[in-house]
Ligand binder design. Structure first.
Ligand code: ASP
Ligand code: MG
Length: 482
């Protein structure tokens, strides 16, 4: 059997759902289990209305709810059909009950995590109902399976942790008989329940997690994550349009990439499947013929030196110089304790005997952290930096790769502020000025991904693409490009 997970944009309206049905039909011989997200943007709207109600803006919450009601009713497939009528009643009842809950939240002026889960789970309850009814109307023998009866979690509301033994047992009891009867189980992603049946959710983006849990429990041959992009790319196409689709990538490589800015999916959610060595395919429901990207526990060697280049702008570099009185060990410990106290996560770190440099997202307000660090030594913080990270595990043990990376940058006259290469030798990361990112990515992509003949003639503006990236002014000062 296989698992096919459809993300929000792949079930956003009747057309998308009909396309999903066709895609499922094309795999019917492989006995698919379908997992669905809420329709695109719905979970965000639900969260917004829950918060509005809790802070006394019931009118606003109900207005958003009316919008959701219209969208979901419009997404119901052919309302004239009898099964669609049943689905319609369920959808209406669910939305009515949500309205009652919102009134309750507003009356109490309180939104507990447990209630939040109740509200947020509505998106997937609705979409799974609508999708299974549409599949049935389109001729698939779809069977709606209640995820809350199969995925068992602890009671950490909004970020619940699956209890795998219970979950596996229930999935194995519930799904195989349906598959044996040639039915197509349709299940909501993201939602679950405690052993006592209290609804929980698996954390934002949790439908991928649901798909991985189902795939692992049933030893799926493959898990397909259907989304609206071609898969993972060798770099952000908005930065450099010649970016190419990655065919196969290792799980550890995909994790590094996600951390440094590639946002297709959150690899941590795939762990149950990766541990069982189940391949995960990221596919585009707007272009189902494309082969997408396959994520595997161990990917075969790459044809190129690296798998991908990720760039993360909006970084700040903090340098702390040690006054030497603490000794190197005590100094580092004190520095990282400060970061922890202020809830600041460091991305790249490089140290020497006398100083340590750390990158942080500029979005963080870090004045309290800086005040703290000032007690340890001399502190400088600079904005307008970016991390660029080349990922690929085939560089392990190969000589001269770092040299050619930094040669390429030097040839482009790009100054490097910080360098880091982990002991796992899976990535080479460095910090440059934000305004140098498009040029750095272009030069590195050409150097490592494009054979000579395929390189486009250089143009000045093409590289800036759709991303707003500041341009270097005369003295290296950043100038916003309009
Ligand atoms: N609908 C949920 C969210 O937006 C889960 C998911 O789509 O994966 O976070
Ligand atoms: Mg997602």
């Amino acid at each position: 059997m296989i698992v096919m997970k459809f993300g929000g944009t792949s079930v956003e309206d009747t057309r998308a759902i009909a396309t999903a049905a066709e895609i499922v039909l094309s795999r019917i011989e492989e006995r698919p289990v379908v997992v669905v997200s809420a329709m695109a943007g719905v979970t965000d709207s639900l969260l917004a209305m829950a918060r509005a109600a809790a802070s006394g803006r019931l009118g606003e919450a109900l207005r958003v709810l009316r919008g959701l009601r219209r969208r979901h009713l419009a997404a119901l497939y052919s309302p004239a059909d009898e099964s669609a009528d049943v689905a319609r009643q369920h959808v209406v009842a669910r939305l009515d009950s949500l309205q009652d809950i919102l009134r309750g939240v507003a009356a109490l002026g309180e939104l507990t995590p447990r209630t939040t889960d109740h509200i947020l789970g509505t998106g997937e309850l609705l979409s799974s109902r609508i999708v299974s009814a549409a599949f049935a109307a389109l001729g698939l023998d779809a069977a709606l399976v209640d995820a809350r009866e199969c995925i068992v979690t602890d009671a950490t509301h909004t970020n619940a942790v699956p209890l795998f033994d219970w979950t596996t047992e229930r999935l194995r009891r519930r799904l195989p008989p349906l598959l044996a009867g040639r039915q197509v189980p349709v299940m909501a992603g993201y939602i679950a329940a405690t052993i006592d049946g209290v609804p929980t959710t698996l954390g934002r983006g949790g439908s991928d997690f649901s798909a991985a849990i189902v795939g692992a429990a049933l030893n799926a041959k493959r898990i397909e994550i259907w989304t609206d992009v071609e898969g993972m790319m060798t770099t952000d196409p908005r930065l450099y349009p010649q970016a190419q689709r990655i065919e196969v990538i290792g799980f550890d490589e995909a994790s590094e990439l996600a951390y440094f800015g590639a946002k297709v999916l959150h690899p941590a959610t795939l762990i149950p499947a990766v541990e069982k060595n189940i391949p995960i395919h990221v596919l585009n429901s707007r272009n189902p013929e494309s082969a997408g990207t396959c994520i595997r526990a161990r990917a075969p060697r790459s044809r190129t030196t690296f798998r991908a280049i990720a760039a993360k702008p909006g970084m700040k570099v903090v340098n702390i110089k040690s006054p030497r009185k603490l000794g190197a060990n005590g100094f580092l410990r004190a520095v990282f304790e400060s970061f922890e106290r202020h809830g600041c996560a460091a991305d790249l770190v490089s140290t020497s005997e006398v100083s340590v440099s750390v990158t942080l997202s500029s979005a963080h307000g870090i004045d309290p952290l800086l005040a703290d660090l000032n007690k340890l030594g001399e502190v400088e913080a600079e904005d307008g930096k970016a991390i660029v990270c080349l990922v690929g595990k085939d560089i392990r043990g190969r000589v001269g790769i770092a040299a050619s990376v930094f040669d390429t940058l030097a040839a482009a006259n790009i100054n490097v502020h910080m360098i880091s290469q982990g002991a796992s030798e899976i990535n080479i990361g460095f910090v440059i000025e934000e305004c140098d990112v498009p040029e750095a990515v272009r030069k590195l992509h050409q150097r490592f991904f494009e054979p000579e003949k395929q390189r486009p003639a250089p143009t000045l503006r093409a590289v800036r693409g759709g991303l707003r990236m500041p341009r270097c002014g005369p003295a290296g000062a950043a100038v916003e490009v309009g």
